[in-house]
Design a protein around this ligand. Structure first.
Ligand code: C2E
Ligand code: MG
Ligand code: MG
Ligand code: MG
Length: 278
């Protein structure tokens, strides 16, 4: 009986698994082609000082301009790029492009600001990462103090003591390190002391339901207070309403990023909307 059920289940699942696998392979091939054909672009989202409203930086976010599908969100291609290892060349492209853009804005006379670039676990595991980052900084000319690399808690926790060394090597280049999606990972707070971190980014899931969700308000306030005590900078992601902004300001959250203040946009739009010569 059980055997028969098993066989039934097997027969039922095979075609759909095969289809999923085929789709994955096709997507992987298209991603490879996209990288070769220069179909990826970076969008830039502004980051502001909460109190003054001054622009303090931007985050570079990858998009895929697919000839067939139009603009594809990173939620669709980053996980696969990560699995296949394609994230390494893609990540290097993103770093290089973002640094070159940051330098171009600096040369054009716009006020100095941070350029934040996301880093994947695979990239951190690459022993050549620090050398590559160093080369990109030298080749583009962007001052290392203006580069900030964003990593998630899980990336750091997964890689243990090796991560500490890699992060220290990166820090030694003069750049800043930021914990992305803070509060959603393993949340072992001990690592905050061990890792050479400069900034916490409060995950948007804690910001989204302010002021309806009192727990979220409590969590956000706690992260802000903790950052202050540990002498870390703190920025909130996903700020969509004036109420959320007011709450974060009252709590003393230094930075804010979100649709209320500016969506991720192509470089030319970013320039037009957010930059004016100093
Ligand atoms: P992330 O680094 O946490 O980036 C923040 C995400 O929140 C971005 O999504 C951004 O567009 C979105 N966001 C910003 N403000 C708001 C808001 O007010 N409301 C809402 N609902 N969303 C907001 P995006 O651009 O789709 O990127 C998703 C994720 O993909 C990023 O999360 C990051 O983990 C990853 N990613 C993007 N570009 C790269 C890249 O170049 N390299 C790597 N490794 N990962 C990347
Ligand atoms: Mg990020
Ligand atoms: Mg985030
Ligand atoms: Mg995220």
């Amino acid at each position: 009986q059980a055997k028969e059920e098993g066989r039934c289940t097997y027969r039922f699942y095979t075609p759909s698994l095969t289809r999923a696998a085929k789709e994955r392979l096709a997507l992987e091939a298209r991603l490879r082609r996209a990288l070769a054909n220069d179909e990826f672009v970076l969008y830039y989202q502004p980051q502001f000082e909460t109190d003054s409203g001054r622009l303090i930086g931007c985050e570079a976010l990858a998009r895929w301009r697919s000839p067939e599908e139009g603009l594809v969100s990173p939620a669709r291609f980053i996980p696969l790029a990560e699995e296949t290892g394609l994230i390494v060349p893609l990540g290097e492209w993103a770093l290089r492009t973002a640094c070159a853009q940051g330098m171009a804005w600096l040369k054009a006379g716009f006020p100095q600001m941070m350029m934040a670039v996301n880093l994947s676990g695979r990239q951190l595991r690459n022993p050549e990462l620090a050398n590559e980052v160093k080369a990109v900084l030298e080749q583009t000319g962007l001052p290392p103090q203006q580069l900030r690399l964003e990593l998630t808690e899980s990336i750091i926790m997964d890689q243990g003591t090796e991560a500490v060394e890699r992060l220290q090597t990166l820090k030694a280049l003069g750049l800043g390190l930021s914990i992305d999606d803070f509060g959603t990972g393993y949340s072992s707070l001990a690592y905050l002391k061990r890792f050479p971190i400069d900034e916490l980014k409060i995950d948007q899931s804690f910001v989204r339901d302010i002021p309806e969700d009192e727990n979220d308000m409590e969590i956000a306030a706690t992260i802000i207070a903790m950052a202050r005590n540990l002498k870390l900078e703190v920025i909130a992601e996903g700020v969509e309403t004036q109420e959320q902004l007011d709450f974060l300001r009252r709590q003393g959250c230094r930075g804010c990023q979100g649709y209320l203040l500016g969506r991720p946009v192509p470089a030319t739009d970013f320039e037009r909307r957010h930059l004016s010569p100093s």
